[in-house]
Design a protein. Structure first.
Length: 201
């Protein structure tokens, strides 16, 4: 799978070079490393910025806060989530391209410059780079069955008939306001930390 990632990554670099974006220019872009990550089941990928270029330092004001930011970094570590590698190659390339844009100066967020490069690459190369992805849609495009992992905090059970269901959040007056939809019995709540796989058809 590492070899597959490297092969697709090189294709992306070549395509960008063909439209005038040289990602291998260390002076302008910096060093880029790419690897696989199994840490997140939601995130497609991430670009971690290291060694900020002090000459590009600026201050951003948010209300009373002053935040130090940098337009350019000397090192970028791209991680592509392992689950992405089972998707269609066009989606893998789209993910890599998204993270490569973050390596370009002034593009380490999803602001104006990021969108300008994304639109240019989409127009020139036929990509569909967006600020966020849709995991369910991408599984369907890849002809794969999609399962969503859901975190539930509460187990609710009817005291009379035993019917059970789960909720992420509940109202503090839940047991006073609601009864079992099946038998109208009283409900009891148990706090849990449970992950269930829900099949999305």
């Amino acid at each position: 799978m590492k070899e597959q990632l490297q092969k697709i990554y090189q294709k992306c670099l070549q395509e960008l070079n063909e439209i005038g974006i040289n990602m291998q220019d260390n002076d302008q872009i910096g060093e880029i490393e790419i690897s696989l990550s199994n840490r997140s089941q939601k995130r497609y990928g991430i670009c971690k910025q290291e060694e900020p270029d002090e000459q590009t330092r600026y201050i951003e004001r948010r209300g009373r806060k002053r935040i130090i930011k940098y337009a350019k970094y000397k090192k970028h570590k791209i991680e592509i989530s392992l689950w992405v590698m089972q998707l269609d190659e066009s989606i893998i390339k789209n993910t890599i391209m998204h993270e490569l844009i973050h390596c370009i100066p002034n593009c380490n967020n999803h602001g104006k410059e990021f969108k300008r490069y994304a639109n240019y690459i989409n127009t020139q190369l036929g990509y569909n780079i967006k600020t966020t992805g849709n995991k369910k849609d991408d599984y369907q495009k890849s002809n794969l069955e999609y399962h969503e992992e859901v975190n539930f905090k509460y187990k609710i059970q009817c005291k009379a008939c035993g019917q059970t269901f789960f909720r992420k959040r509940i109202n503090k007056n839940f047991t006073r306001k609601y009864r079992c939809g099946k038998c109208n019995g009283k409900l009891k709540i148990e706090e849990i930390n449970k992950k269930l796989l829900v099949l999305n058809q």
